[in-house]
Design a protein around this ligand. Sequence first.
Ligand SMILES: Nc1ncnc2c1ncn2[C@@H]1O[C@H](COP(=O)(O)OP(=O)(O)O)[C@@H](O)[C@H]1O
Ligand SMILES: [Mg+2]
Length: 360
Amino acid sequence: MGRVQLDELFLVDYRNISGLTIEPSPRFNIVSGRNGMGKTNLLEAIYIIGSMRSFRQSRRVEMVRRGAAETRIRGRFGDVSVGMTCEITMGREGRQVKIDGKGAHLDGRYFHALPMVIFHPGNLAIVQAGPDARRRFLDRALFQAEILYQEAYRSYGKAVASRNRILKTRPLDRRALDSFDEQLASHGARMVMMRERLVVSMAPLFEEAMERIGGGGQSRMEYRPKVEGGFDEIMSALHNTIEKDTAMGYTTVGPHADDLIFEVNDLDARKFASQGQQRTVVLAAKIAETGSLEKSTGRTPLLLLDDVSSELDKDRNRHLFDFLKERGGQVFITTTHNDHIPIEGDRVDFCVENGSIAVN
Ligand SMILES: Nc1ncnc2c1ncn2[C@@H]1O[C@H](COP(=O)(O)OP(=O)(O)O)[C@@H](O)[C@H]1O
Ligand SMILES: [Mg+2]
């Protein structure tokens, strides 16, 4: 099994980090420092190389250090199969990406080659928040798991936006609407198929992890598409809801309304699980995401864990670290209490203070 490994990271004017170059360990990298020092910023920069977006839902200009015109993030990945340097420059003008020094347009193959999983306190939203948080969880995993997902997702989004625009026109332009229905159904069917495949691959891993952590009884992860089936089913759903959609002024059916259900003891974890159980569900979902990505990409994903130990109790922490030790691969962990990280050997310690980083 190949793995994704960051061999060198170079940052200029990224948030509160004016400049840094580090050579991480291929195994454990422990990033410690007090609150507000720049630990999450460092993980965010690494995540951007792998996904071209922040996990904090920040805007691009917010990532440029205050007072600077642009930021530069460069990562060198070493692996027999993925040897490359990726450099991203972001500023008010936009974003530029270079792979091995040459301007590049990134497609699904890039994200597939650099699988990364981030686990951070905000992930609790996967269980607690509305369906959009769960769709985002699926979408982000799929951008990496499936080479063709990003293209389907983008085209689908455009088709929905166009269809919604038509739905607001009066009198309603039925012919224009029909032409967008077909696009929506064809891209939508591809999304549903890939989401289905992802959840089928994650579900057993999720159940196994829940059992091992002791999630309290039988648990399940299940994909709930708004429209079951493929192209034909989406087409008829669109036809059947045309009056409602016209009244609402937007499209009410299709994968943009899908959900993902987590159940503990046959009860919806969002409504009935305790806070502790919900944390277990998120941890298990992340473990499942990692395992599933490993299968689909053929590489052990790089794992980014932001301040998660402080959120988990003793038993869940122990399980998390057992999992990390077993699976291999490169891991970055941020913490305010470096002595709480039960990893001996195979680790490099970084200490962050006001955006500056020292190796211990
Ligand atoms: N664009 C920016 N320019 C300068 N500083 C920033 C920018 N964005 C965030 N920061 C600073 O980064 C710090 C937070 O860093 P963060 O990595 O979240 O801390 P922590 O170590 O607690 O994870 C804050 O002090 C914040 O003011
Ligand atoms: Mg932080």
